[in-house]
Design a protein around this ligand. Structure first.
Ligand SMILES: NC(=O)c1ccc[n+]([C@@H]2O[C@H](COP(=O)([O-])OP(=O)(O)OC[C@H]3O[C@@H](n4cnc5c(N)ncnc54)[C@H](OP(=O)(O)O)[C@@H]3O)[C@@H](O)[C@H]2O)c1
Length: 245
């Protein structure tokens, strides 16, 4: 039984992960921007065994509310041991290249809002000496590609930030998990043609659940993405820059 706070609770990956924890009677503090979708997710978790579900409606870009939301989760759940940050958006790369305001908003959603929430929870977890901080990055954060380097840069920033956080918090018993999914069939990728590299949210969230329980540091999901990205990262820049990726 865990006490979980989830930002981006209406995301397909967050919902499928939360269902796995609901089965053992976990308690939840859910944050998302869409009130109706959030209510539906909360009802679903109650039916599946969650012993307490509290919700808060907030946009990830409401930076000034992040600290109060984290504090609210501690109060509502009578303590907190797991934070999952799952909100995200897939930017229109071309639009970001034309308009820096668009680029900045995408970077704020995918990087700075995640980093902000992690920072508030990290400080409280460090004080109490336990807890799991989990954020969903992406294989896209492992190497910049012309087709999506704004998204990739944001996910890469989160991964490096979490690496430092993990190093900082290791000595005080706090677990920091970076999840790096490959292609997953969710509303975010609804417009993409699907192929053999694609996974279902259920496949990926089985791995997220296991990685939280086993206190892993970084997981690629499905696991075949680890060697694939290892090869991609090893391609020399002089060659990589010539590829149309
Ligand atoms: N699907 C993939 O192939 C894939 C691969 C690698 C990583 N990821 C990452 O996995 C995470 C979950 O995504 P998903 O695949 O489950 O897609 P999804 O179902 O489309 O979830 C995206 C979530 O982000 C929320 N969101 C977007 N902008 C927000 C904002 N400004 N404030 C608050 N919430 C906001 C959306 O809220 P609404 O419901 O209100 O729109 C939605 O709940 C994301 O971080 C994504 O980058 C996905």
């Amino acid at each position: 039984m865990r006490r979980l706070m989830i930002f981006g609770a209406t995301s397909a990956l967050a919902q499928a992960t939360a269902r796995r924890f609901a089965m053992d009677g976990s308690r939840f503090f859910l944050v998302a921007r869409d009130r109706d979708k959030l209510a539906a997710v909360a009802d679903d978790l109650r039916v599946r065994g969650a012993t307490l579900v509290t919700v808060a409606v907030a946009d990830a870009l409401d930076f000034h509310r992040h600290e109060a939301l984290v504090d609210g989760a501690f109060t509502a759940l009578d303590g907190l041991d797991t934070l999952l940050v799952s909100h995200g958006s897939l930017p229109d790369q071309t639009a970001c290249q034309q308009d820096v305001e668009t680029l900045r908003r995408e970077f704020d959603v995918n990087a700075l809002a995640v980093i902000s929430v992690l920072t508030h929870a990290a400080n409280r977890f460090a004080r109490q000496g336990f807890g799991s901080l989990v954020a969903i990055g992406s294989v896209a954060g492992d190497r910049g590609r012309q087709s999506n380097y704004v998204y990739g840069a944001a996910k890469g920033a989160v991964a490096i930030f979490m690496q430092g956080l993990r190093n900082r918090l290791h000595g005080c018993g706090v677990h920091v998990l970076t999840v790096k999914p490959g292609f997953v069939d969710t509303p975010m990728t609804a417009a993409f043609p699907k192929g053999v590299l694609w996974a279902t949210p259920q496949q990926v969230t089985r791995g997220i659940h296991r990685a939280i329980e086993k206190r892993r540091d970084v997981v690629y999901l499905p696991g075949f993405w680890r060697p694939v990205m290892g090869v991609l990262r090893a391609v020399p820049e002089a060659l990589f820059k010539r590829l149309r990726l």
